[in-house]
Design a protein around this ligand. Structure first.
Ligand SMILES: NC(=O)c1ccc[n+]([C@@H]2O[C@H](COP(=O)([O-])OP(=O)(O)OC[C@H]3O[C@@H](n4cnc5c(N)ncnc54)[C@H](OP(=O)(O)O)[C@@H]3O)[C@@H](O)[C@H]2O)c1
Length: 270
């Protein structure tokens, strides 16, 4: 991994819970020296304590990057600690959901390069997808560095602008929860057809996991993959007639669900 000037100037990670730890693990695996990382977290896990990073120690005055991974509710308490690092020398990258770039600019100053990112939980197994967008001060080099850091936990896509962030959050940020619920519902439906619970759950998990990976890796698009397994008048066709119903099927349901998430994001961002 290319860490640019992080080895000399350091990287500060504010908040090292699930998302912070997943990223830190990726960076260390990618060759970041633990002595280049400064982690601030009031309740560090045993794993973080074992990594050899600087933990709740004095911070460099102008680190190359500050990565913010605290819960949005903690932002008010956490940000002032970093205020002195605003102003241009340090790149700020934040993965906090819902907190807008202007909120950071108000504390850190608009001359601070800021990249807002929306990752998702498969980051824990380096299968995440993160969307990023920068403020007006963020340079191409800043975005490249943010992308390199976030690539440690999966794929990275760049947005046209922050206006796309609520929709992205509603699709890929919150999306894993929709898929987990699909697994639960599919397993429950299998039980209703008489399968033992553990067998139904195993079938549901492997089906969603395998089909997801096939959809991602296949040269054929998901619609064609669906057609490929649907014989006219067969079992799959019978189920799809229910799931593809224009009023009560997946398209209508997911459109409503994703809209509810995006609306909530817009509300929280105010
Ligand atoms: N998980 C996801 O899939 C996901 C997806 C997209 C975005 N995000 C964003 O990522 C951020 C982190 O989420 P998470 O799931 O990793 O949450 P988390 O596991 O709760 O991690 C947050 C960590 O920050 C620590 N913390 C609290 N106050 C702090 C402070 N003032 N200074 C430094 N550290 C502080 C917390 O310590 P305590 O436990 O002691 O409070 C905790 O260890 C959130 O803003 C979330 O919106 C997460």
């Amino acid at each position: 991994m290319n860490f640019k000037d992080i080895p000399e100037r350091g990287l500060v990670l504010l908040g090292c819970g699930k998302m912070g730890s997943a990223m830190l693990a990726g960076w260390l695996k990618g060759g970041l020296a633990p002595s280049s990382a400064y982690v601030i977290d009031p309740t560090p896990s045993n794993w973080v304590q074992s990594t050899g990073v600087h933990l709740n120690a004095d911070l460099p005055a102008a680190p190359a990057v500050v990565l913010i991974a605290v819960k949005p509710q903690m932002m008010g308490a956490a940000l002032p600690v970093l205020k002195a690092m605003g102003g241009g020398e340090t790149l700020f990258v934040t993965v906090a959901a819902g907190t807008t770039i202007s909120t950071y600019e108000q504390v850190l100053g608009a001359s601070t390069p800021i990249v807002r990112a929306m990752p998702n939980t498969p980051a824990a197994i380096a299968r995440g997808i993160t969307a990023i967008t920068g403020n007006a001060t963020a340079s191409a080099a800043n975005l490249d560095l943010a992308e390199a850091l976030l690539a440690a936990v999966g794929q990275v896509v760049r947005l046209e602008g922050e206006h796309q962030m609520d929709a992205v959050t509603a699709v890929s940020g919150s999306g894993p929860a929709y898929v987990f619920h699909l697994v639960e519902a599919l397993a429950a439906a299998g039980e209703a057809e008489g399968l033992p619970a553990d067998l139904a759950m195993r079938l549901a998990k492997a089906t969603v996991g395998g089909a997801g990976q096939l959809a991602e890796e296949s040269d054929e698009d998901p619609a064609q993959l669906r057609v490929n397994v649907t014989s006219p008048g067969g079992t799959t066709a019978a189920a799809l007639a229910v799931l593809m119903d224009a009023e009560t099927g997946f398209p209508a349901l997911l459109t409503r669900a994703v809209k509810a998430a995006a609306d909530r994001g817009r509300e929280l961002g105010k």
